[in-house]
Design a protein around this ligand. Sequence first.
Ligand SMILES: [Zn+2]
Ligand SMILES: [Zn+2]
Ligand SMILES: [Zn+2]
Length: 323
Amino acid sequence: MKLLQTFFLSIILSSSFIAQEIELKPQFPSQQEKTTEISLVILGNVQDAGFPHIACQKDCCTALFENPDKSRKVVSLGILDPLNDKKYLFEATPDITSQLKLFKNYASENSKEVPDGIFLTHAHIGHYTGLMYFGKEAMNASNIPVYAMPKMKVFLESNGPWSQLMVNKNILIHELNHKKELVLSKDLKVIPFLVPHRDEYSETVGYKILGPNKKALFIPDIDKWEKWDTDIIKEIADVDYAFLDATFYDGAEINNRDISEIPHPFIIESMKRFSGLSSEEKNKIYFIHFNHTNPALDPESSQTKIILQKGFHIARINETFQL
Ligand SMILES: [Zn+2]
Ligand SMILES: [Zn+2]
Ligand SMILES: [Zn+2]
């Protein structure tokens, strides 16, 4: 009898210990799992300037200067192709150092930290300046393939310090073309396409990423949907996941200035545009590229709840999607 009591007691104790252990598991970074499928990993969801934002004295950032939140990284996607032991990065952000470390956790044990290719969207600071870490002062990398559109390629080739990365063969630029499919393997293809944006130094592109089973659309920066000569609703219909520019939520963030003056599609404008879609179509949409002022960055905010209630999603670091 005594033996039986001890037995049951030990079961109760061990099961409560397991429950406690599960509860204590941090959300980040323990969600990382090795995958055997071609998949897409969110490596960051914040606008170019990152989080906390330089010189910000508003509530959005003050606490974060004291207690940094390592889940707040600049927008980047990782694509894993375990079938061919390759991995690709979309965007080279100022947070690239920690993003490559995070990304490596999803790949095989012997996988190297450096990606097999980097796809750039445009020449704004959050989307390409991470390339600097491949140069002599940092990694002194060797011939990392970088995929860029023609103007972006010329910009990098003809302006220091980026040109030095080519002279020293740290990176090797491959030219992309509007709507021209690039075949990375028989199971993985990438199609860049031009979008309207503030193009001082380069074009701006979005990407369609085609896996063996599913397709993703990635448009981190774009002017208002109506300024694009392509119907975003048709583009969403053609894919399984759509990661879309969500820089600002509404006018409150910009001191109630007229939101029509700001080129990005505000989340409230996008939700209105997509309001007539079926729940299946809405379910494909993941907002990404949040300015530091955007309340949707906070998973507990009322704006986050509204977005989710309406059937859309918010892309958060470490989320993975099979392609
Ligand atoms: Zn941006
Ligand atoms: Zn801020
Ligand atoms: Zn931009």
